[in-house]
Design a protein around this ligand. Structure first.
Ligand code: FAD
Length: 469
């Protein structure tokens, strides 16, 4: 008789592996099924981790090329792309190996193969060698993530050489002379920045009339200006009508969303980064009776349960922000629920970060959202130009913006454009998790000289007056 598990997780991305580890820590008998050769999902294999390795390396190259001299360091950096890709590959390997180690440490059974649900309580694992194994389990967690969405209503032939998705834009064998990025969202701007820093002439074509759609409008406008200074060009309000191979490279055709003449851009490489869609292929959801919503996401209730008892879902495959830490938070909460505790995710305090230079980070509501909701708010802003540490680091671009309730002073949103914004936003998320006010932030001692003093000053600006401006 085969072992019976308390929980079988399908997919080992940040949602699945974190759920598995937490559940094992809480005493559950757990197995994880993963169809890639390595654990860690999109995030560790082709997403967050490799892109950040390339962003860090390319930013170091750009700094050495452009800003070291101002500090008296004279170097003539030369790019070795193969070594830079090696750095990325080593980073990925150490991270995915780390997950295999954590599975062992927590006595989690890891199975490489495609998982499908035969019924509540039964997962079939189809292995590469053609064999299969059936796992009996009390609970199933679908954590199968997402895949590249393509362009709605347009057939794009990804040859992954000249017309590429993010999976391959992190592994180009040489720097393209001209790169067109379709989609001015996080992934497009991060990977566009990587190649721009390494010498590509990058043009971003975006349907909306702003980059980073859901971000605070003021931040988005200021960010676009900084990227333009770095050499990126933008075609906004542009509806792409064709992405095709050309004699050499590829071409992108687009027309103004508001109507007008079509335009065509030629490129050596086109990166289509127009978003991701939930991945449920081959899971057997229809046969198992698991409902999807109108956007193809697995439908869940407030406790991650699908319409079928014993089957749960988390991460990119369900509604909400497609972010690794959102998937992780849901993984922890679901494990706690399955172990009889009360797991919970506060969706109002999930930060989001763009790891460009400067970085963009935000948590909570934007000004536009507050206006739409009719909430009376006050704004506190502070520029990094007036921060001593930022000047010492030659990182004076950007600002911190704190949005607080006009009556109660409770912080409703924080938006940062600036160096290390991604690390600084954690303080704002913590503050919001505890329902803190801008006065709480302003009265909290911040070490001097640090970039985070700009956060405190922005809070001072919201609640009283900033000191240093
Ligand atoms: P995934 O990480 O997608 O993992 C799902 C796993 O399930 C995959 O490994 C897949 O092979 C497996 N699977 C699917 N079907 C089956 C099956 N039937 N049987 C077995 N296994 C199966 N997010 C951030 O928060 N920060 C970032 O900096 C960031 N950068 C990104 C950069 C890029 C280029 C991309 C593409 C994404 C980035 N993301 C980032 C998003 C992040 O990767 C996702 O939000 C996150 O990976 C979602 O986690 P998940 O566990 O839901 O799914």
């Amino acid at each position: 008789m085969a072992d019976t598990y308390d929980l079988v997780v399908i997919g080992s991305g940040p949602g699945g592996y974190v759920c598995a580890i937490k559940a094992a820590q809480l005493g559950l008998k757990v197995a994880v099924v993963e169809k890639r050769k390595t654990y860690g999902g999109t995030c560790l294999n082709v997403g967050c981790i490799p892109s950040k390795a390339l962003l860090y390396a390319s930013e170091s190259f750009a700094e050495a090329s452009h800003s070291f001299a101002e500090m008296g360091i004279e170097v003539s950096p030369k790019l070795n792309l193969a070594t830079m890709m090696g750095h990325k590959d080593k980073t990925v390997k150490s991270n995915v190996d780390g997950i295999a180690y954590l599975f062992k440490k927590n006595k989690i059974t890891g199975l490489i193969g495609a998982g499908s649900i035969r019924s509540a309580g039964e997962v079939v694992v189809a292995k590469d060698d053609g064999s299969s194994e059936t796992l009996q389990t009390k609970a199933i967690c679908i954590a199968t993530g997402s895949e590249v969405a393509g362009i709605p209503g347009l057939k794009v032939e990804f040859d992954e050489t000249t017309i590429v998705s993010s999976d391959h834009a992190i592994a180009l064998p040489e720097v393209p002379k001209r790169l067109v990025v379709v989609g001015g969202g996080v992934i497009g701007l991060e990977l566009g920045s990587v190649w721009a820093r390494l010498g590509a002439q990058v043009t971003v074509v975006e349907y909306l009339d702003k980059i980073l759609g859901p971000m605070d409008g003021e931040v988005s406008t200021a960010f676009q200006k900084l990227l333009a200074k770095q050499g990126l060009s933008f075609k906004l309000g542009a509806k792409v009508t064709g992405v095709d191979k050309a004699e050499t490279g590829a071409k992108v055709t687009f027309e103004p969303v508001k109507g007008g003449e079509a335009e065509t851009l030629e490129a050596d490489v086109v990166l289509v980064a127009t978003g991701r869609k939930p991945y449920t292929e081959g899971l057997g959801l229809e046969a198992a009776g698991v409902k999807l919503d109108n956007r193809g996401r697995v439908e869940i209730d407030g406790h991650f349960k699908t319409n079928v008892d014993g089957i749960y879902a988390i991460g990119d495959v369900v509604k909400g922000a497609m972010l690794a830490h959102k998937a992780e938070d849901e993984g922890v909460a679901l494990a706690e629920i399955l172990a009889g505790q009360s797991g919970h995710v506060n969706y109002d305090a999930i930060p989001s970060v763009v790891y460009t230079a400067p970085e963009v980070a935000s948590v909570g509501k934007t000004e536009e959202e507050l206006k739409t909701a009719g909430i009376d708010y006050k704004v506190g802003k502070f520029p990094f130009m007036a921060n001593g540490r930022a000047r010492a680091m030659l990182q004076t671009d950007g600002f911190v913006k704190v949005l607080a309730d006009a009556k109660t002073d409770r912080v409703l949103g924080v938006h940062i454009l600036g160096a290390d914004a991604g690390d600084m936003i954690a303080e704002a998320a913590l503050l919001m998790e505890f329902g803190g006010a801008s006065e709480d932030l302003a009265r909290t001692s911040h070490a001097h000289p640090t970039l985070s003093e700009a956060m405190r000053e922005a809070a001072f600006a919201a609640f009283a007056k900033p000191i240093h401006i």
